[in-house]
Ligand binder design. Structure first.
Ligand code: SF4
Length: 456
């Protein structure tokens, strides 16, 4: 019998072939999971749901679906654990169904009734299921005539900056009071150029550790300070240098494109570095006959691959902050501000990127805000970006992209830098970035390649 598009076997074959070429395509994983389950291939469904949870570790619905599959395949202990995790991640905000037949095998489990009781308490104190609007006030930065006046501590910082012959570089995700005292505020690419060109004795880098390291790599003669040495990055941590080295040993032919959000050790192993602002341009320049491994951000890598048409192997890392944006939360804020376009960072998951009117780096968000005819814009990235936008495009209104649980999305690492720590770093000239000379030299080559390619 000829197979048609309505035939589940045809659909399964079709989506399996798509998944072979794009193994992290979450929409396809979801469709295949559903098809396997519908046709009784529960182990296949389970495989897909497990894959989904690995790719979207904070997605409550993915955990709930996995719990259902685990229950249906009689893996009850795992199902209970996963169900609890789904609830902790906020599944109550979705459509909790006490009588879901998929969970029937759990009903006699001793803990199941406790969990139902817990949910009833939570739901009675938060009486909503899939509300049409968010249950908290959105964060809105409206146009303002003047920026806030400098405080005493900001004046102290400016005096110390002069005394120390220092330049302050700040990432777009820093708090507003730090952005105000900075000589330059921008994204990783702009900051790298600024760091390389800096002639001051001291570069005080207000960002996270890998950014300050990059400044030291491109300008080793300066003292590079980071206000808080613990300001790391979950994305950078997801790709340890030794694991990448092991991968390269096993695949010596691979061409490594490393997103700048990685350690000096990883940079030293890369062929070229990129930022979210220049990633498409960089990937397009990689020789066509080389297989690319993109590290460490799978979401940015997937987006670049889609934009450039260049297949790439993707390292399974992600930014813990950007993956917290969900389609449910973005759809709700859109209902509240129907005239406002959504601009999203490529580190967001594909489902969120697909919802956005524009996907771009933080620097291009400024351009988008300037050029868009819209008066209000929903900004789906770390919330510090709103301050940069408010400063550069002061006549427009910016609305923070929400998550399922919060009106905005602060990166806990970026926010470790406080205005007091900035002052203290200049006062004590600590903490300074140090690194082994061989790592620095090896890391410089791929960064320099990026800086050169970006200018072309
Ligand atoms: S926002 Fe994400 S990628 Fe950026 S520093 Fe924080 S954890 Fe790392």
């Amino acid at each position: 019998m000829a197979r048609t598009k309505e035939d589940p076997e045809w659909e399964i074959g079709f989506f399996e072939s798509v998944l072979k070429r794009a193994p992290r395509y979450i929409d396809v994983i979801a469709i295949l999971g559903g098809l396997y389950t519908k046709t009784g291939r529960l182990d296949g469904g389970l495989r897909m749901e497990r894959r989904m949870v690995r790719l979207c570790p904070r997605d409550a619905t993915a955990h709930y679906n996995l719990a259902c599959l685990l229950a249906l395949t009689d893996r009850r202990a795992g199902a209970m654990k996963t169900l609890r995790h789904a609830i902790e991640l906020g599944y109550i905000d979705h459509d909790w169904r006490e009588n879901d037949p998929d969970l029937a095998t759990l009903h006699d489990y001793p803990e199941f009734q406790d969990m139902i009781n817990l949910l009833k308490v939570i739901l009675s104190s938060r009486p909503f299921i899939m509300p049409a609007v968010l249950d908290y006030d959105p964060l809105i930065l409206a146009p303002r005539s003047f920026p806030p006046e400098f405080t005493a501590i900001q004046h102290e910082i400016l005096a110390l900056k002069k005394e120390r012959n220092a330049v302050i570089l700040a990432h777009n995700y820093q708090i507003e009071s730090i952005q105000q005292v900075a000589d330059y505020v921008g994204d990783s690419l702009g900051l790298s150029y600024q760091a390389q060109a800096a002639e001051a004795d001291v570069i005080l880098f207000c960002g996270v550790h890998f950014m300050a390291e990059t400044a030291k790599i491109v300008n080793p003669g300066r003292t590079v300070l980071l206000p808080d040495m613990d300001a790391g990055c979950s994305l950078s941590d997801s790709c340890p240098a030794d694991r990448l080295a092991a991968y390269k040993t096993a695949h010596p032919e691979v061409y490594v494109v490393a997103y700048i959000n990685c350690s000096a050790g990883v940079k030293a192993l890369a062929d070229v570095i990129c930022t979210s602002g220049n990633a498409n341009k960089i990937v397009e320049r990689v020789p066509a006959d080389r297989e690319i491994l993109f590290v460490p951000d799978q979401n940015l890598g997937q987006w670049v691959s889609q934009q450039t048409g260049r297949p790439m192997k993707l390292w399974p890392g992600s930014c813990y902050a950007h993956v917290q944006f969900t389609t449910a939360a973005i759809e709700k804020i859109r209902l509240q501000f129907p005239d406002a376009p959504v601009v999203a960072h490529p580190e967001c998951v594909q489902a969120v990127r697909d919802l956005a009117d524009e996907v771009c780096s933080t620097e291009l968000m400024v351009k988008f805000a300037r050029e868009s005819p819209a008066e209000r814009i929903i900004v789906v990235t770390e919330s510090g970006m709103l301050h940069r936008l408010q400063k550069d495009v002061p006549h427009k209104t910016f609305i923070a992209g929400p998550t399922n649980t919060c009106a905005c999305n602060d990166c806990r690492f970026m926010k470790m830098n406080t205005i007091e720590k900035v002052r203290d770093a200049l006062k004590t000239l600590s903490s300074a970035i140090e690194m082994a000379a061989d790592v620095r030299t090896a890391a410089l080559a791929p960064i320099q390649r990026m800086l050169d390619w970006s200018k072309l």
